[in-house]
Structures are given as structure tokens and as C-alpha cells.
Ligand binder design. Sequence first.
Ligand SMILES: [Fe+2]
Length: 146
Amino acid sequence: MLSDNLKVLLASTQSFAIKSQNFHWNIEGSNFPQYHEFYDNLYNDVSATIDRIAEYIRILGHYTPGSLQRYAELSIIQDQTRIPRAELMFAETLQDTQKMTELVVGMFNEATNDNQQGIANFMAELQDLYGKKAWFIRSILKKERE
Ligand SMILES: [Fe+2]
């Protein structure tokens, strides 16, 4: 059901945002200023989508989960309790952007089938957001050409 998937998306987005902030604070390396700023932008851009997801759940007539316990139960984004090296942080975030992309692409189709065009449009925006972030990370991780 679309509202159930919106709950999963909300929880996953919260987890993604928390992890982005964790990496923003704790990343290290010779390109620290850019890395620190990349994760700051990621955190801000992803966080900016949270309220809209939550309000769509209410618009569909359901209550919105709002507790850390529920988010942990519902999220498809694995929590990170450790401090990985910079390259591993980026690799993990790249995988997470791919998980988010798969989720919103599936939800775009579901919303379209349900004639929820506003939600479908929002899912398309999220696909663009996570696709653009994935491109940045792939470019960061790519070894410089000879
Ligand atoms: Fe900061």
C-alpha cells in the first residue's frame, strides 16, 4: 500500500539524514573541507524532504510514525554506529542512495497506478535528488585519470 511505503520512505529518509550528519561531523582526509561540505549539503537536501513525506501520509488518511523506535523498525537504511574511513563512508552512502532510488522508483509506479500524481511527481524529484548525489559520490571515488 502506498501509505505503508511512505512510512518506509519516511523512516529511511530519517536514517539517511542521521547518517549523513554523522559522516559530516566525523569524516577525515586531505579533502576534508569538500567532504565536510558535501555531507552538510546531503544532510540538508535529504532533511528538506522529510516533512513533505510525512504530510503525504496524513493526506492519505493515515497517522505518521514519529519515533526513533518506529524509524528503526521501518527503515531500509542500515544504521552506522562506527566511524568508517572516508572512502568507506562514500561507498556506503553510494549504496544507500541506490537503495533510496529503488524505493522511490517503485513508489512512483505505485502512486501512478493509484492516480496519486502529486506523490508520483514528488517521487520523480526524489529520484533526481538521489541520482545527482550518487553522481557526486561516484566522481569523488573515481581515481584520477592518468
Ligand atoms: Fe556542520
